[in-house]
Design a protein around this ligand. Structure first.
Ligand code: HEC
Ligand code: HEC
Length: 315
């Protein structure tokens, strides 16, 4: 899938890299005390709402999130993993997430009251008790998930700005790793030395950005970006899309990560030679460095050879 990036998808991937540098640097601290605000454990919804929510959930969500909300191809919607992801956030955020982005294939198809009913069902399934008063739109902002301990994980480089994982592993791969790798794969089909992009009409920021940093400079940057961002595969606290923790403590996963870092350094040196054959000749190795890990941790489960394998990130 990613060895040779021909056609529009590959081109899109390559151009996307210009904007992908943003590595999630999320500073946060949940210092606020729960003034008089309520938490999800304070009986904030009615049993009747949860019942309606359950029907919607069964019809529209169960295939991806599971009968027990345990997560299938979508993340788990209860339990420790879920609660730590939502720690300190309000029910308004959760209802927005449901209404604006779910179900995955038909976002924005639920009404606000329906999304609220589903949230009520999720609370019930997570053993938060029901109460006498129905949850309504106005109350959502005042109800928060109990703040968990801040993730022990956050590391702080100089300046003290913590690096914390904000994306799941799939989002990180799609946003950072994939577009940079595609710039390198593209050297197989296009000589960076002959690359002279011109500004697009009609205007498009991505295409225009590519006219600023292109050719060998873009290949250098992609190799450096992979070198520097790949260790973030191991960032503590990172989850996979299905809610499982990324297998950061597994020795083989760590080794696959190190292998990709090493190869990216070699790719940078090769790029410095400005020799198309030298870089193109390493594309196979790059493909292997991705595939070795994918074979074990990604392309496993019901969806053969990729897609949303249900066993992703199983440890
Ligand atoms: C086709 C599969 C699919 C269906 C159907 C689906 N989801 Fe999801 N859901 C996902 C995936 C994948 C993610 C992770 C990516 C994201 O957060 O956007 C997700 C994320 C979520 C999250 C965020 C979880 C977290 O910890 O951040 C919530 C909440 C959620 N879904 C609720 C629902 C509800 C409610 C429905 C039904 C109305 C639903 N989903 C239907 C696949 C699906
Ligand atoms: C150390 C292991 C590892 C390495 C190395 C690795 N990946 Fe991944 N990759 C994964 C795992 C695990 C997933 C699934 C993550 C999830 O479901 O949240 C994934 C998911 C992806 C996805 C998203 C697929 C989808 O649509 O769900 C893309 C794209 C991707 N990787 C590209 C790459 C490329 C390109 C490389 C090499 C330059 C690479 N990865 C190297 C482990 C790895």
């Amino acid at each position: 899938m990613m060895r040779i990036s021909r056609g529009p998808a590959g081109v899109r991937g390559a151009l996307g890299a210009a904007t992908c540098a943003a590595v999630a640097v999320a500073a946060f601290s949940v210092t606020g005390h729960a003034r008089q605000a309520r938490t999800v454990s304070d009986g904030v919804y009615t049993a009747e709402q949860a019942k309606r929510g359950q029907q919607l959930y069964t019809a529209q969500c169960v295939s991806c999130h599971g009968e027990k909300l345990q997560g299938v191809v979508g993340p788990m919607l209860m339990g420790e993993g879920f609660l730590s992801a939502w720690s300190g956030r309000s029910l308004a955020d959760l209802v927005d997430k449901i209404q604006l982005t779910m179900p995955l294939q038909t976002p924005n198809s639920l009404s606000r009251p329906q999304a609220i009913d589903i949230a009520a069902y999720m609370l019930q399934a997570g053993s938060h008790r029901a109460g006498p008063t129905a949850l309504n739109d106005a109350a959502l902002k005042q109800v928060t998930f109990t703040a968990a301990r801040p993730p022990a994980a956050a590391t702080a480089p100089a300046g003290g700005v913590p690096i914390a994982s904000a994306s799941n592993l799939a989002q990180f791969m799609r946003g950072v790793t994939f577009p940079n790798a595609n710039i390198i794969f593209n050297v197989q089909v296009k000589d960076p030395g002959a690359d002279k992009p011109s500004a697009p009409v009609p205007f498009d920021y991505l295409l225009w950005g590519y006219t600023q940093y292109y050719g060998w400079q873009a290949v250098d940057q992609a190799a450096l970006a992979l070198t520097e961002t790949t260790p973030l595969f191991l960032l503590p606290g990172r989850r996979c899309e299905n809610g499982r923790p990324a297998p950061t403590n597994k020795a083989d996963y760590q080794q696959f990560t190190q292998d990709l870092v090493n190869l990216s350094k070699d790719l940078y040196r090769a790029s410095q030679s400005r020799n198309q054959d030298a870089v193109a000749g390493m594309a196979e190795k790059l493909n292997d460095a991705c595939a070795n890990c994918h074979k074990v941790y990604r392309d496993v489960g019901t969806a053969e050879g990729g897609g949303l394998g249900t066993d992703r990130c199983r440890q």
